[in-house]
Structure formats: C-alpha cells, structure tokens
Design a protein around this ligand. Sequence first.
Ligand SMILES: [Zn+2]
Ligand SMILES: [Zn+2]
Length: 124
Amino acid sequence: MNLKSANATLSDADRERILKRDNYQCRFCGSDKNLDIHHRDGKSYSKKGSDSNNEDHNLITLCHQCHLKLHAQQKKPSQEVAKRNENILKYYQKGMSYRAIGNMFHLSHTQVMNIIHDLKQEAV
Ligand SMILES: [Zn+2]
Ligand SMILES: [Zn+2]
C-alpha cells in the first residue's frame, strides 16, 4: 500500500515518468533525497480528481525541503499583492465604498470585501 499523501492524485506511473525526466534530482537544488512531485498549478489537492493537471509540463521533481519552502512561499501574498492590499485598506479607511475601490483595482466588490476582512483580522 502506498502512503496517501499530498500526491495522492498522482499515479505511480506518472511519478516515475517525471522522476526519470528530471534525472531523479530536485530541480531546484539537485538533491536526490526525499523527492516529491510538485504540481506547478498547485492543484494536487483538488478533490475534483481531474487528471488534466498531471500533464508533464505541470509536474516537477523537488526534494521535500524545497517542496515545503515553495509551498510556504506560495501561501504568502507576493509583495505586489501585499502592497496593493495595503492601498485598498487605506482607501477603505478614507471611507470609499467597496465598489469604488474595486473599480480602481479591477476587483469585484466581494473581492475587496474579503481582502479588507482579512487585513482587519491580521491587524487585530
Ligand atoms: Zn507541491
Ligand atoms: Zn531541493
């Protein structure tokens, strides 16, 4: 029995194919220990079970360390997004409506609402 892990949606054949393509090495640091297969589109956890994201171009061999680092990075908003969100909060505090802010940043007013909601929770 295989361990059901992050790559549960990936078949052994897919895994072997990608490992072979990448010479059984982490594509970031070259390590050949504790190798994982990473989905570039981040959808390996999708419950919908579509295999379409198991295409070669979407899969990359990473060692467990690099894999964890990558996922930790992906969870944080990029600097650009963080800066944008700061501005959104500023306009909100000046009394602009969600919709007006959304128009400025090309977001829906629901997206603006969610961003502000998250930011306010962080600030507390
Ligand atoms: Zn991954
Ligand atoms: Zn690595």
